[in-house]
Design a protein around this ligand. Sequence first.
Ligand code: NDP
Ligand code: 2IT
Length: 447
Amino acid sequence: MLDPALQKTLDAVLARNPGEPEFHQAAREVFDSLAVVQERHPEYNDLGILARLCEPERQIIFRVPWVDDRGQVQVNRGFRVEYNSALGPYKGGLRFHRSVNLSIVKFLGFEQIFKNSLTGLPIGGGKGGSDFDPHGKSDGEVMRFCQSFMSELYRHIGEYRDVPAGDIGVGAREIGYLFGQYKRLSNQYEAGVLTGKGLDWGGSLVRTEATGYGAAIFAEEMLKVRDTSFDGRRAVVSGSGNVAIYAIQKIQQLGGIAITASDSSGYVVDEDGIDLELLKQIKEVERGRIAEYAERRGGRARFVSEGSVWDVPADVALPCATQNELHARDAKKLVENGVIAVSEGANMPSTPEAVEIFQAAGVAFGPGKAANAGGVATSALEMQQNAARDAWSFEYTEGRLTEIMRGIHQNALETADEFGRPGNYVIGANVAGFRKVADAMIAFGVI
Ligand code: NDP
Ligand code: 2IT
């Protein structure tokens, strides 16, 4: 039961945004966490901070027409939700996936506000994307789509205004086409307008690896609190994209054995540990399907098209594919199989029921907005390098990332303690992320 004043604000938010289940889910979770703040600081709700936080500062929806390789005109829908700029320019990725709609972009943008606040760096929250599906498209089609998308987006973004980056379906190739079109339309080399750029043209070392590395580092921090580590431990990872690949790499560097990877067609189990070079070749270079991994591992791995990757017994789980990919039954199975820590590389991959099961079973649960903040944090480091016209070494940048992830873990842990919910990283992350944004909003007055 929420405090009645908080409940009233939440009810109004839900009623104003009908038919947006993912956004409702993300908003509910934050309100649930803020119950502990409401007890001590009712002024945040009284001053309309929560109502204002839930309403994006600006939402842009636009037509994206392009011509496919057969000469047919295609029409997609583009989105950019500029959610909150209390701490800095709007910052957050672009997602290209057929499922993208306003609810998904808003849930992602809303979470991004708190995540970006947790990094301690000066970035506000935003998110965007399109229902364009890059699977099976030629490079030429992807380029024409990106150019059309940027032909509208360019007027809304800028180094001091809004700085997009990648997410599902948007990697180095797409950022290249987007940056090229922005550069052409604006007639200036504004490197800080996008992050995730190529290393030859303003990108930062470690940005590619950052989200996956960060999620594994967050898991290691949670394990340390329990006087243990990744060393010799089995980890199940879902997804086989940017986040999953580099989560697997960091788990291996930390002495763990990552034994799975997946995509929307199924998952592979490799008891010896995933062969990262093979996975990267299939996914990053050839843009192939995960079944090919098992085919090319010479009988050492198996491909499973039914069931769930969460059925595979392991000590640590890192969901790194997409939202609501880990359900109550999966959480029960993981707990039955003895999982001790879950670190979310993806955004909102565990359903609320699954989160409850982990927490009730005493599993260390690191929510996405804390555990996957390494990607956006390193984007902010890319912005720093662009502003200084500088380029840092891999070692230095990775050191900064590690320090930031440890700081987020510590902040979430201490804030959970402060509010009498020890070990609850969901409450810790939501409250710590919220406080900084809320205090800045109060300083600015009602705007
Ligand atoms: P990629 O596009 O590189 O990879 C996505 C992976 O997830 C693919 O293996 C894809 O399989 C799988 N996937 C996507 N949608 C579904 C679905 N509906 N069902 C099953 N599998 C699916 O994206 P990223 O690795 O960048 O992103 C993964 C997650 O991490 C997302 O939740 C994203 O928001 C989050 N994240 C990303 C950050 C980044 O820096 N890239 C930063 C922080 C969070 P298939 O190819 O079959 O669709
Ligand atoms: O969800 C995320 O944090 C991202 N997709 C990364 C955003 C960014 O601006 O680097």
